[in-house]
Design a protein around this ligand. Structure first.
Ligand SMILES: Nc1ncnc2c1ncn2[C@@H]1O[C@H](COP(=O)(O)OP(=O)(O)OP(=O)(O)O)[C@@H](O)[C@H]1O
Ligand SMILES: [Mg+2]
Length: 507
């Protein structure tokens, strides 16, 4: 209920009139339809509102209004609100602006409907009314009363000056009637000669009363049953003690609104804290990056050249080695592979230390996937069943094919490494498809060991690795490249079943 918006509770088909309507006609519409206000619209947009309070004001100033257009006498500009605001916000606005009606509009100004205090009350949970046990806590105690022998004009003047929606008529401190805005509207409609009228002749009576100590819930029920908006509270001798109006019943709502705002603040604080944590994590990651960048550039100079010398030396040795030296040849091959691995790590580290510079081309993603598979050493794919589930007519995407290849190679390598020790069927599945208009998705799945849930949030971190031979660079690089393409990468995994990495890139 807290979040119920006013567009859910309002009266959608509010009766509206044009600004040209004559006041007498407008009052007649209000009377026939038993409504407290009329919306004045022009070009489907609200330009004013005409309420019972306006009629009291007219009579106070003695304006001969029957033949005047409503445009001159309505309240304008009309106070409009967004239909998404909730009940509490609506009540708060009514309270602050002393309004009894709010006009809800769409962002383009089109009317959704009118919200009244009655709508708000009808939509509050019963529990709200039970919280205030006794009406005497919220009733208006110092009420303005008038004697029944007085003139109606006097009552109207008081109502207009003090902005009252009604005035209680008393005789020996007991309530004998009530004069409300609705009664005044009726008089106006009947073109009554107000000047000579006495209150006792026009007031509504008998007046509905409740004893002090009545529960708020009971009071609300009586108002609803009798379709009235106010009750006079009397003591055991029947003397006036106060007045409780629909408006009073909403007094406690203010606290609810504050509570509601506090909740929002708490939520925002939480979000802020999370964002701060996130920012801190990013900072740590970027500090790691800076460290990696420094190591990388130093290592690259110090190790890359010697590695090249070793590789060239191994090549030379292989050439001159007599054909019958099988053991030595094997050893050279192993050294060569180890050198390649070391070079590849250094290259990875180096590429990570620099932000990826994209060389964009129109790319056929299926071709890049095929090439990535070819890039992997044959023995890594042996014993693995590879399924290529490529959607044939994928849209071309604007991407850097070399960098994307680096992503796919890393992911496929990880998939194969995860299945190395598994005794189950080793299946690598690569699927490409257009999931949304011009969004290409690539999923790389394996039936390997899977990733523990507690590790899922860490695997993209630099240097996070659970493998003895891994250094935790691969996924950090993948994420960086995919994000440089404004794409996204995510993982789904179940320990003992397998893992799927999903990449989405907009074509
Ligand atoms: N397909 C997968 N199945 C199970 N675990 C995986 C998979 N892919 C990644 N991981 C986990 O994520 C960690 C990080 O992967 P990442 O590729 O970044 O590093 P690495 O493979 O350990 O080392 P490197 O890629 O630098 O050689 C791995 O050590 C592993 O624990
Ligand atoms: Mg890896």
């Amino acid at each position: 209920m807290l979040q119920k918006s006013i567009s859910e509770i309002l009266v959608p088909n509010t009766i509206s009139v044009s600004p040209e309507t004559l006041t007498s006609e407008a009052v007649s519409i209000m009377k026939t339809n038993k409504i407290s206000c009329l919306l004045v619209i022009q070009n489907k947009k609200p330009v004013g509102i005409f309420t019972e309070r306006d009629i009291v004001r007219l009579l106070y100033y003695g304006v001969h209004a029957e033949k005047r257009k409503i445009a001159e006498l309505m309240t304008k500009p009309v106070f409009t609100v967004d239909g998404h605001i909730n009940i509490y916000q609506a009540h708060d606005l009514m309270e602050k602006n002393r309004l009894r009606h709010l006009v809800a509009v769409e962002p383009d100004g089109q009317i959704i409907g009118v919200v009244t205090q009655t709508n708000i009350i009808e939509n509050l949970e019963t529990e709200y009314f039970f919280q205030t046990k006794d009406v005497s806590k919220i009733m208006t105690k110092d009420i303005v009363t008038i004697d029944k022998e007085h003139l109606v004009q006097e009552a109207i003047n008081k109502m207009a000056k003090l902005s009252l929606s009604c005035i209680v008529v008393q005789e020996n401190k007991a309530p004998v009637g009530i004069l409300t805005e609705r009664d005044v509207t009726r008089l106006f409609h009947e073109k009554a000669k107000i000047i000579d009228l006495k209150i006792k002749n026009v007031m509504s009576h008998p007046v509905q009363t409740i004893p002090v100590g009545t529960s708020l819930y009971k009071a609300i029920s009586i108002m609803a049953q009798n379709r009235i908006r106010r009750l006079v509270v009397v003591d055991k001798n029947g003397k006036i003690k106060g007045l409780i109006t629909q408006y009073d019943t909403l007094k406690e709502l203010e606290w609810r609104y504050i509570e509601f705002l506090n909740n929002i603040l708490r939520q925002k604080d939480k979000q802020l804290l999370e964002a701060k944590k996130d920012a801190e994590a990013k900072l740590i990651q970027s500090e790691k990056l800076a460290a990696a960048a420094q190591i990388a550039s130093e290592v690259a100079h110090e190790i890359r050249n010697p590695l090249c010398v070793i590789k060239a030396g191994l090549y030379y040795l292989k050439q001159i080695l007599p054909k019958d030296q099988e053991a030595a040849r094997k050893s050279i091959l192993q050294m060569n592979a180890a050198t390649d691995k070391a070079t590849s790590y250094i290259n990875n580290l180096l590429s990570f230390s620099r932000p990826p510079m994209l060389q964009l081309k129109l790319v056929e993603i299926n071709e890049v996937l095929e090439e990535s598979l070819k890039e992997l050493p044959a023995q890594i794919l042996s014993c693995i069943e590879v399924t290529k589930d490529f959607e044939p007519a994928l849209p071309q995407i604007k991407a850097d094919p070399q960098l994307l290849k680096q992503v796919f190679v890393n992911l496929i390598k990880n998939a194969c490494e995860a299945m190395e020790e598994e005794l189950r069927v080793k299946e690598l599945r690569i699927k490409s498809e257009e999931i949304d208009k011009r969004v290409v998705q690539i999923a790389i799945s394996d039936t390997g060991c899977g990733i523990k849930e507690e590790n899922l949030t860490h695997i993209f971190n630099l240097f996070f690795a659970t493998k003895s031979k891994g250094i935790g660079l691969g996924l950090a690089i993948c994420q960086r490249i995919v994000e440089a393409h404004k794409g996204e990468i995510e993982v789904k995994s179940k320990v003992g079943q397998g893992t799927t990495f999903i990449i989405r890139i907009r074509a």
